[in-house]
Write a protein that binds this ligand. Sequence first.
Ligand code: F6P
Length: 511
Amino acid sequence: MARPPIPADSETWSLLRAHAARLADRPLARLMADDPARGRDFGLRMGSLHACFARQRYDRAAREALFALAAPLPAAFRRLFDGETVNVSEGRPALHTALRSDLGQGAVAAAARAEALAARERMAGLVAGLEQSGITDIVNIGIGGSDLGPRLAVQSLAEFDRGRFRTHFLFNADASGVQRLLPHLDPERTAVLLVSKSFGTQETLLNGSILKDWLAGRGRLYAVTAAVDKAVAFGVPGSQVLPMWDWVGGRFSLWSPVGLCIALALGMANFDELLAGAAEMDRHVLESPPGRNLAAWHALTMAWNRDVLGLGTHAVMPYDERLDLLPDYLQQLVMESLGKTVRSDDTASPVPTVPVLWGATGTSSQHSFFQALHQGSDLVPADFIGVVRPAHGYPGSHDVVLANLLAQAEALANGSPGDAPQRHYDGGRPNTMLLLDELTPRSLGSLLALYEHSVYALSVVWGINAFDQWGVELGKRLASGLLPVLSGRGSADDIADPVTRALVTEILARR
Ligand code: F6P
């Protein structure tokens, strides 16, 4: 397998490479046979979340060397929580932790916390008002961080939905979603939430305009945004606009009023539980030494697999259908945050950064892509996520799910000799097991906060800014140049790129 080069300019990376070379011929099964206490010692519990890193391709010595990368993390977490300018390219803090914890020190964190608490009060007021109204349906319109977090929470915590409202999500510019949804809604009884930090996102304004016209002054229009003026100019009454702030990144924002539809679906008490679960993880991450710190361990394991073993993708497999949106959510969180090769100091990263993150729920994915995980030419490190206690009344089914979860993690790591080459399993395929006692607002909050902090820790290790996303701008700019041509207000001849010009000509000829 091709391994990206690890630069020799860092002693730590060189040492880690030497450990990987030492362990290269040592099967994972042998690492475990030689050190049976790994199953216990390479595990860590935080609240209702247990993590097991025993099936990673490091031994105790390599793990210790790996944790040298964690040296800057305690100070870096302190900087994050205190509201220092960690988002250097945009000159601002990233204070999502202030939305759920009061662990930040100093004036900046205190001011953010006060704003977050005030917004939560206003949010509770709007939720109560809607509950007392005749509204039956909520449509959340947003995209990226203004959609994925709320949609994940509402869908995965459906058992906690109080059933007061039906909740719907419009996110894609493709109007198929609108077309399917509107026949089922009554404009007199529908509230539309426009969620956009910038209030300038094409997809959200497009769907928002369609829904606003459809409401025709009936129903109710709400907004969550950092651009209050734009929302008011769009037609949302000022009293129905909840704040967002430039100090919260979109993909870190479900804890803010961006989570309004979570609160409407699950109730304020459950929304507060979600925040409390994240706050528990915040405290653990801020106060635990790196060696006992879940986010540090998770992040360093990803760095080991990406930079030392040279593995280019990372899979997330929740063994719980309720979490089927989690891989999508994590794709944005991880890949929009870490999909950069230029560091905060403008230099190129000497090591590869983000892996391609992907995944799907088990057991169904066992019958699609698991063949390649077991015997394909690429090693794919994986996070398996299991839930110990189900929320349904079919214990026999749950036993099957748990048996499969455990079996797959073991099979990938240990492999098995075959009586024919095609029936041979190499093993050595690393994975981490994350077990939730049960899926609740609190445990989901902890799980998502773990990933947020792991992302931040990786950004510190790699020296990149996790909180900007300049890479998405070019495509948006090109699309706005093409729109007039596709709308008949411009000529294809004016398109500079010959391939795009040919494709547009093809599309126009076939309309
Ligand atoms: O894709 C870029 C992005 O800015 C994401 O970071 C963000 O979550 C999404 O678009 C939506 O942005 P907004 O909340 O401003 O509409």
